[in-house]
Design a protein. Structure first.
Length: 440
């Protein structure tokens, strides 16, 4: 009984010591996760060809290395502390095993010396004690290891159990509308980003008729992109609702709702696949006749036809060493081809041409306008001259719609839109910075 009690007690002490390190890991892993994320982010920026120009021109090398070193020290401080806890747990485990084995062996040797046990019995009991202690110790170690593994698994379980805010599986199907008539309406919509003290958009009301060409303009940070994300269903309003043909979009299957939109955003993505896959946005069932038609309408046909593999040319040098590198203009036209291929009822352009000069942007928007006749189109831009052709222009300001009308009506009103347009026009003609009015 003495040996049994000592064995169980030693195993419990070892288990508690291991648990102490697991509890410490659970309580401090947030600090480690943050440092690890910072390290990987900085490493990615240091290796990025996009950041290389800024790092060299702005002499950011020393700052970048210093910041990486600081995060590395935080990370290593955590790793050392965790290593110390594991070391202490191992020391307790070894000390417990020493006491357990010492007590067991001393008792058995004492029985032999007292004549109560012969050599074969000693060997039998010695083997039994060793096997039992190893069995109990193994159970405790496995339990402790499971608990430690659970720290990482808990992150996965937290992600899996995260409540989906939108209805994908249980949402109602969109109404079958043979005529393709879709009216979008924002009714008393307010939206506030988590942690923000004020609404980005407040009590906004807007109706977009089927087939209408709508321009959304305004200063940087006014909420233009937020408005687009609400319309596309990426966000749900904090207050109010977004309506599709008079029905709240929250009741519909969100995946089906996304299919109503063909969007090109400012931070669009080029996938590491072929040109055809990038236009069709899929790898199976690509309609090459539609791909070629979209590329032709986008004015990119000549550029692609002169490539050796044409539409099978790979893009994305991070994955394909022999990939073709698109120029800025070719990328913009590829995005236009992607939008044309999708052929959705609603076209959304959220400042995808911000990197282009005003004339190039205006030409590209005019091309969108000509190629998407009959579709509802929403153009977001901070260059007012690019959207003069639209049926209606709204200027976002102070969390809502500050002005609304055609270009001529807004110019005649002589308010902020007219002032900003005149300032931009003056910069164009005088050779200044065309975006100064918005970037001030």
């Amino acid at each position: 009984m003495l040996i049994l009690a000592v064995t169980i007690l030693a195993a419990v002490v070892s288990y508690l010591a291991a648990q102490r390190s697991v509890v410490w890991l659970q309580n401090n892993r947030a600090e480690n996760d943050h440092a690890r994320q910072c390290m990987w982010y900085l490493r990615g920026e240091a290796w990025s060809p996009v950041s290389a120009k800024d790092i060299r021109i702005l002499h950011m090398k020393e700052w970048l290395l210093k910041t990486m070193k600081q995060n590395y020290e935080i990370f290593m401080h955590f790793e050392r502390a965790l290593g110390n806890h594991h070391f202490m747990a191992d020391c307790v485990n070894i000390f417990s095993a020493l006491i357990r084995n010492g007590v067991a062996y001393a008792y058995l040797i004492g029985q032999v010396l007292a004549g109560n046990m012969d050599a074969p019995q000693f060997i039998l009991y010695f083997s039994a004690v060793s096997g039992f202690t190893s069995w109990v110790q193994g159970i405790m170690e496995n339990v402790a290891q499971i608990r430690q593994s659970g720290v990482g698994i808990s992150d996965v379980m937290e992600l899996i159990s995260y409540e989906e805010p939108y209805r994908f599986e249980d949402g109602e199907p969109l109404p079958k509308n043979a005529a393709g008539q879709y009216e979008l309406r924002l009714e008393n919509v307010s939206f506030r980003y988590p942690g923000a003290s004020e609404d980005t958009l407040h009590n906004l009301n807007l109706t977009i008729q089927n087939g209408e060409k709508l321009a959304v303009v305004g200063r940087n940070g006014a909420g233009k992109s937020t408005l687009v994300k609400l319309l596309c269903g990426f966000f749900d309003p904090t207050d109010g609702c977004v309506l599709l043909n008079g029905e709240d979009i929250r009741k519909y299957n969100r995946k089906e709702y996304y299919r109503l939109f063909s969007a090109v955003f400012q931070d669009f993505s080029i996938l590491p696949g072929t040109i055809a896959e990038n236009v069709a946005q899929c790898v199976d069932e690509i309609d090459f006749s539609r791909v070629k038609a979209a590329v032709k309408d986008a004015g990119l046909e000549e550029n692609i036809e002169r490539l050796s593999e044409k539409y099978e040319t790979k893009l994305g040098r991070k994955v394909h060493l022999d990939a073709y590198e698109l120029s800025g203009g070719e990328t913009q036209r590829l995005m236009l081809a992607r939008a044309l291929y999708r052929n959705a009822p609603v076209i959304v352009l959220d400042e995808p041409t911000a990197a282009l000069d005003p004339i190039a942007e205006s030409d590209l928007y005019e091309r969108y306008h000509e190629l998407t006749k009959g579709s509802t189109s929403i153009y977001v831009s901070h260059r007012l001259a690019s959207t003069r052709f639209c049926d209606r222009i709204i200027l976002i300001g102070a969390g809502g719609i500050a002005e609304m009308g055609t270009h001529e009506e807004l110019m005649e009103a002589g308010k902020e839109y007219a002032h900003l347009y005149e300032v931009q026009s003056r910069y164009y003609t005088e050779g200044g910075m065309e975006d100064a009015a918005f970037d001030a």
